[in-house]
Design a protein around this ligand. Structure first.
Ligand code: FES
Length: 80
């Protein structure tokens, strides 16, 4: 099980963390990855100047926006 965590600290929240979570949720459902990816929320990881911080297990933070969230997901979870 891979842990996909989205920062919900105040800065990331303002930059659309909730939307990113929704996008990941629907992609996980769409590709039936519920038993492979555990989507969680995390507090600030000190990357606040960037778009929404996302980690995959201990990797990252990656900076994800509403616009590139789908592409990010596909790159890390569908093209491996
Ligand atoms: S609020 Fe998300 S990295 Fe700080």
């Amino acid at each position: 099980m891979v842990k996909l965590s989205v920062c919900v600290g105040s800065s990331c929240h303002l930059r659309g963390a909730y939307d990113i979570i929704k996008i990941f949720e629907s992609l996980i459902k769409q590709y039936k990855l519920e038993d492979k990816i555990k989507l969680t929320a995390e507090f600030c990881c000190g990357n606040c100047t960037q778009p929404v911080s996302v980690k995959i297990d201990q990797n990252g933070p990656f900076s994800v926006t509403r616009e590139n969230a789908g592409e990010f997901f596909k790159k890390y979870f569908l093209e491996v």
